[in-house]
Design a protein around this ligand. Structure first.
Ligand code: UT7
Length: 334
């Protein structure tokens, strides 16, 4: 059995910065509310008319990750792509990456686990490397939310939260079983699927029916029962981090860097307090990018690494919770 380790990291955020004040021109909201409830100051939204999509942004992040890994596109054996906002209903974004990066005809898999998507994706990639089936896997998380949000007052409790962006990493074979990804932990609880959902278009509720219903049908916009999700998030984040630490014989004090999914700064601060971590042991960038769902953990991990906040030998913990419900963690010896 091998381990896998991250050998290259990359991120891409669209240029277009949208502040809370910008949003207050579209809907009844204000900077004070958004900052107080979420910590978000601004987010990136793809500007209409630019080439960016989830797949395009993912490809941009991936090129950086591959270059930093010291490998070439021809060394990559497999692609795992996590997104809830794919360019097409089908096929998935993974196959687009294979083409956009002009890679050999390697396999490509899309992961549909929303905010936990990236942690699920590296867990999948890790298993392929552990068994020896693949040596280098490109793992991507990318989201193009802005085109699918209700940007009126009606949708304000959701639309102010989400941002666009992408992150990617190369996961490579590691011979030393004490290094790299030590363990991953995946969970779901489907009875709460309707608490954070985009219901349609679905095969049972297709475009003509939505069109016919007009403004009475808003099922194609994301719906979230915010307080319900919040309450579950704080519990599940804590549980899944503890599970990962216990599996590896680690204590709270052994965490050098926690990278939580950037859902809400208040959730991250709650977890920080619960685990007794200092400010420099938890990385947050929701202030700048909002919640980028499957991209958030990998964008944050990349940025923490770029800023020199992760050093060899560090215990790095990734944790996420979101729609499904799904939640997950990964314990990494950097
Ligand atoms: O990433 C996946 C996981 N996601 C999460 O973990 C998110 C969890 N939930 C949350 O982060 C929070 O619940 C939200 C940020 C979504 C909402 O914060 P909240 O403190 O739960 O606010 P609320 O939904 O209870 O709304 C409070 C008030 C309401 O007005 P009334 O009924 O008290 O008069 C809302 O209508 O704030 C109002 N409101 C807004 N006001 C200004 C809702 N959205 C806005 C807005 N601007 N954008």
């Amino acid at each position: 059995m091998y381990n896998s380790k991250i050998t290259g990291l990359g991120k891409y955020l669209p240029d277009n910065v949208v502040t809370n004040d910008d949003l207050s021109k579209l809907m009844d909201t204000n900077d004070a509310w958004v900052q107080e409830r979420t910590g978000i100051q601004e987010r990136r939204w793809i500007k209409e008319g630019t080439e960016d999509t989830s797949a395009v942004m993912g490809a941009k992040a991936a090129r950086i990750a591959i270059e930093r890994s010291g490998l070439t596109k021809d060394d990559i054996d497999f692609i795992v792509f996590a997104t809830l906002s794919p360019d097409y209903y089908f096929p998935g974004c993974g196959v687009q990456i294979q083409d956009m990066l002009d890679m050999p005809t390697i396999g490509a898999l899309d992961v549909r686990n929303q905010c936990s998507g990236f942690v699920y994706a590296i867990s999948v990639a890790d298993q392929f490397i552990k068994t020896g089936m693949y040596k280098n896997i490109l793992v991507i998380g990318a989201e193009y939310h802005s085109n699918g949000l209700d940007k009126t007052t009606r949708g304000r409790s959701v639309s102010v939260i989400f941002g666009d962006g992408a992150g990617a990493c190369v996961l490579s074979r590691e011979e030393d079983n004490n290094k790299g990804i030590l363990s991953t932990h995946l969970h779901s609880e489907g009875k709460y699927a309707d608490k954070l959902i985009v219901e349609s278009p679905s095969i049972g509720h297709w475009v003509p029916e939505i069109k016919a219903a007009g403004d009475d049908d808003l099922t194609y916009f994301p719906y979230m029962d915010g307080q319900f999700v919040f309450k579950h998030a704080v519990v599940r984040f804590s549980e899944v981090i503890m599970e990962g630490l216990a599996k590896n014989g680690l204590q709270k004090e052994d965490i050098n860097m926690l990278i939580p999914h950037q859902a809400n700064l208040r959730i991250a601060q709650f977890i920080q307090k619960k685990f007794g971590l200092q400010d420099d042991q938890v990385f947050n960038n929701i202030q700048k990018y909002g919640n980028t769902t499957a991209a958030s953990v990998i964008i944050a991990l990349t940025e923490a690494w770029e800023e020199g906040k992760i050093k060899p030998g560090d215990n790095v913990v990734l944790a996420a919770f979101g729609s499904g419900f799904t939640w997950a963690s990964a314990i990494i010896k950097w």
